[in-house]
Every structure is written in C-alpha cells, then in structure tokens.
Design a protein. Structure first.
Length: 523
C-alpha cells in the first residue's frame, strides 16, 4: 500500500526511524568512560537521520538522491555518528523496500555493500576508523564481521575500506556509500576535488550516496565542503546558522557555542565540556587567530587569518547586471605582467563608481608544455579594444616579463597614459594593498562577478613586508599559499594596481573628474 500520509504537520516518510533503531540496537559507544555501552542518538543526530533517509512518497526514491552534508563544530561527535551510519550502510535497512501494512516505509540492506571512508590523508581517515573499529568489534554484529586495521569484511562479500586522494588505483570502483570526512580541508590543488568527483561518479553508477562531515570552512580556500554547500543539488545540508555574537566577548561567544554544540553539551546530557572548549578559544584569540576559533568552535565560515581579502565580502560586492561604464566613460587600468607560469591579468576600474572588471586574465593551461607562453598578442588586442571603447586616463603596468608590451603601449598611447608601476617597492605596495583592502571592506569597490577574478582575490595571502607605517604597524603585500601553488593571485594584484590608478586620477583632478564634480555641486 502507499504511504499513509502525514498524521501531523510537516511529517514525511523516511527510513530514518528504522535506521535509528538499528543503530541503537547494534552500535556501542566506541571510546571514553562509557565504552561498550549502547549508542544512543541525540535529538540532533536523529533529526539528521530522518532527513538524510527521507523518501519521496510517490516514487520511493530518496528525496536527497546524491547524499548529505553535516556541518558541526569540533568535538560535536561527527566521528561516532558517521561511523554508526557506515555500519548501517554495511548491514542495516538503508534501501527502500516498499510500504508495510500501516503505510510506513520498509528498508532492506545492500546485498553487496562497498563502502569507502575517504579523506585527504591516512591520519584523517583514522578520525572515523578509530570510532568505527571498536563500534564494530564491541557491538551486536561483531560475530558477522571480520575487522582489521585497514579493512572490515561484511556479510555477503561486502567491504568497508579507507581511501585517500593518493589511492588513485581505487577511485574507479563501484561503491555503494562513501563517507567523505573533513571536507573543509579537501582542496583542488591537494587532490581533494578530484577525489570527491571520482567517488561521486562511482556512486552514481551504483545508485549509492555520500555523506560529508565537516567543520565550517575557510571561504578563501574553495574547499569541497564549500562547493557542496553552495551547489547542493540532491544533497541534504544540515548546517544550522549560528546566531550573532562576538568571538571576543565571552558571554556572547558562549551563547553562540551553546547553540552550535546543541545537545552534545554535558549540561544537556552530552559529552562536550563548554568550559574546556572556551579555554581553547581563548588560546586562539591570544595567538591572534580569531578566524580559526570562529570556524572550529563557533561553526562559522570565516577567511583564514592569513587571507588578504574577505572573499564573502567580495562576492557581496557584485554589481547588478548592466552596471558598468558606458562607452567613452572615464576609466583606469592595472596590469600585472607575466609570461610563462604566473597568470597575466589586466583589470579596469571606472573612476566615478569604483566598478572593476577584468579586461582579461590569462592562466597557464593545466597540461601546457614546457614551451608555453601566454598569448601576448591577445593581451595586446584586449588593451587596444579597451582604449578604443573608453577614455583611459592611465594604465599602470607591473612590467615583469612584458617589458616589450609596456614599450609598445607607451609608443601607442604615450608615456603619460601608460606608466610602469613596480610591485617590488615595499612601502608603496604596502600602502596600496591596505587601501585596496579598506575599499573592499567599506564597499567602495564593486565588480562584475567574474569567477576567475574572484578566485584570485580568494587565493591571495598576506606576506608581511619589512616596513612599518607611521603608527608602527607592519605593512604587507600578497603572495600565493605557497611558492609552488597552482592557485593564482595575479588578478588581485592587478585589481590593487588599478585601484591605485583610480586614486591618483581623483587626486590629480583630471578635467573629466573636475567637470563631473562641478555638475554635482550645481545640483
């Protein structure tokens, strides 16, 4: 018979209750003073199961056909609950098998489950394995399992195994379930995105699903966790947004942490000691790393302490479609030169509004050969089109590797309109970077939402210069996350140079800006 229908507002059919009963009957607490006692789900954990295993009443398919994402703070208990779900996926009623006589969904196990616990490194897979192994060996299904240090054999020739981004030989397997742990640290340049994509393709072929468990992520890193959260097609996202409150105010941050830790707190019958967590937060604050405290303990996404610019703020500054200078409008331009490995970027800025857009960003293709060079003729043509369309007051160029282009542009548009602007001058670049960051924070900058430009802004990290300002504070420039990082930042540098040109244009009071100011005073 079909689903019986909602007996109360908001009710929906789910295998979650049946899975929850299986977990509490079979699984045990894997460590601590209560090791071996029955694993009892908290209300938050139960609610996650209900939503994760929600069923479409018309088709019997999972409402969230690809999987789920669980975002919680450090020590909330993501490891034990995910280990319990892994065991349920290995031998529990996790597949829809029709409706019972009362109109409730019935579940059945996979016939041959193949489960992978995935992480960036073996140390990370241990986070779950340390809960999974004792939970299996001490639980009610221990006799049915063959547990080892790196593998658990299941009834029906099923298997549970750990896998990392380096285990490329195991990425083509037809898996039924994947636990993807700590996806806030799964980054493209470390192979994390490739691992996630490969597993999800394999799951699709088997009709399987994944579960991501993660702390709040650093939005400057563009992790798998962030990508999933921003594009949750077919994914149940469980990420309760923390309330307002300053991490530096003890009363306010404890209010936030009481929300984020929920019923895992000792004061609510759980295991988390809020006083001990708060000591860790205080230590991070004294180290000057408030963003880490925000992410790991207050469950808030925040740019890392070393991020040059706030990527969330940058995305919020995207202008409406159709915004931008009209033909003939007064603009300036900044160019960060490169020829082989680093990107070459040209960014324009409308003087009146502060609106920025990339004239062009040329990155080295992923599989380019040793003889690759950027298409400098295309770079030149883009600048020609810019000068033809707009009134370009000045273009500032950091000419490293493109000195011949600088000379060509000066010959074409004069040395008064195209000037070298060297980014290796510590004091000048330090103040310019500070001004650009302040403009972004204040909202004086807007932009066209170009995704490559945004990535370069997000990838930029601070590099302290050996120069102080008049108040004794260290100045800084930007650098990549590491010297050999493939994550480019050149458009961020070009954006800063362009912004500096805008400031000089306003300070110089060019005829166009003077006329505009006079009209404004008249009105």
């Amino acid at each position: 018979m079909p689903w019986r229908g909602a007996e109360e507002p908001g009710a929906f059919p789910t295998l979650g209750y049946e899975v929850a009963d299986w977990i509490e009957d079979v699984c045990v607490i894997p460590d601590g003073d209560r090791i071996g006692e029955p694993f009892v789900l908290t209300n938050e954990q139960l609610w996650f199961l209900l939503c994760y295993y929600r069923i479409d009443p018309a088709t019997g398919a999972f409402t969230y056909g690809r999987g789920g994402q669980l975002v919680r703070p450090q020590k909330w208990g993501k490891g034990p609950i995910s280990a319990a779900i892994v065991l349920a996926e290995g031998n529990g009623p996790v597949l829809f098998d029709g409706w019972d006589a009362d109109g409730d969904p019935v579940g059945r196990p996979w016939s041959t489950p193949w489960i992978q616990i995935a992480a960036q490194s073996e140390d990370q897979t241990d986070n779950v394995w340390r809960s999974l192994q004792p939970m299996a060996e001490l639980g009610a299904i221990a006799a049915d399992l063959d547990t080892g240090l790196t593998r658990i054999n299941l009834p029906g020739r099923g298997v549970i195994e750990p896998v990392t981004s380096s285990s490329t030989s195991r990425l083509g397997q037809k898996i039924s379930f994947s636990l993807q742990d700590e996806t806030h640290s799964w980054l493209r340049h470390t192979g994390g995105q490739m691992l996630a994509d490969a597993q999800r393709r394999n799951l699709a072929g088997m009709g399987g699903r994944f579960l991501e468990t993660t702390n709040a992520w650093d939005p400057a890193e563009r992790s798998v966790a962030q990508t999933t959260n921003e594009h949750p097609v077919g994914v149940y996202v469980d990420y309760p947004q923390p309330p307002a409150g300053s991490v530096r105010n003890k009363r306010e941050r404890r209010k936030v942490m009481r929300f984020t830790y929920g019923d895992s707190l000792k004061e609510r019958g759980g295991w988390v000691d809020l006083d001990r967590i708060d000591l860790e937060v205080q230590a991070l604050l004294e180290q000057g790393d408030a963003p880490q405290a925000e992410r790991f303990f207050m469950n808030r996404c925040d740019a890392g302490a070393s991020a040059a610019f706030d990527p969330v703020r940058w995305r919020a500054l995207q202008a409406k479609l159709g915004t931008g200078p009209k033909a003939g409008g007064l603009i300036v331009c900044g160019v960060d030169g490169a020829r082989f490995d680093d990107a070459i970027a040209s960014v324009a800025t409308e003087v009146e509004s502060g609106y920025q857009w990339p004239v062009g960003i040329w990155e080295r293709p992923e599989h380019a050969g040793d003889d690759y060079e950027h298409p400098l003729e295309a770079v030149d043509q883009a600048m020609v089109e810019l000068f033809d369309l707009y009134d370009v007051w000045r273009t500032y160029v950091d000419p490293q590797w493109i000195e011949h282009l600088l000379e060509r542009w000066q010959g074409r548009w004069t040395v008064k309109r195209v000037l070298p602007w060297y980014t290796n001058r510590p004091r000048q670049v330090g103040y310019a970077m500070r001004n650009y960051r302040a403009a972004i924070t204040a909202g004086d900058v807007s932009h066209n939402g170009d995704p490559v430009f945004a990535r370069h802004i997000e990838h930029a990290r601070r590099k302290r210069l050996n120069v102080r300002d008049e108040d004794g504070r260290w100045l800084w420039t930007i650098q990549k996350q590491r010297a050999d990082s493939p994550l480019k930042i050149d458009a961020a540098m070009a954006g800063m140079v362009s912004w500096e040109a805008r400031g000089d244009c306003i300070a110089a009071g060019s005829p166009r800006t003077r006329r505009r100011s006079k009209r404004l005073r008249t009105f």
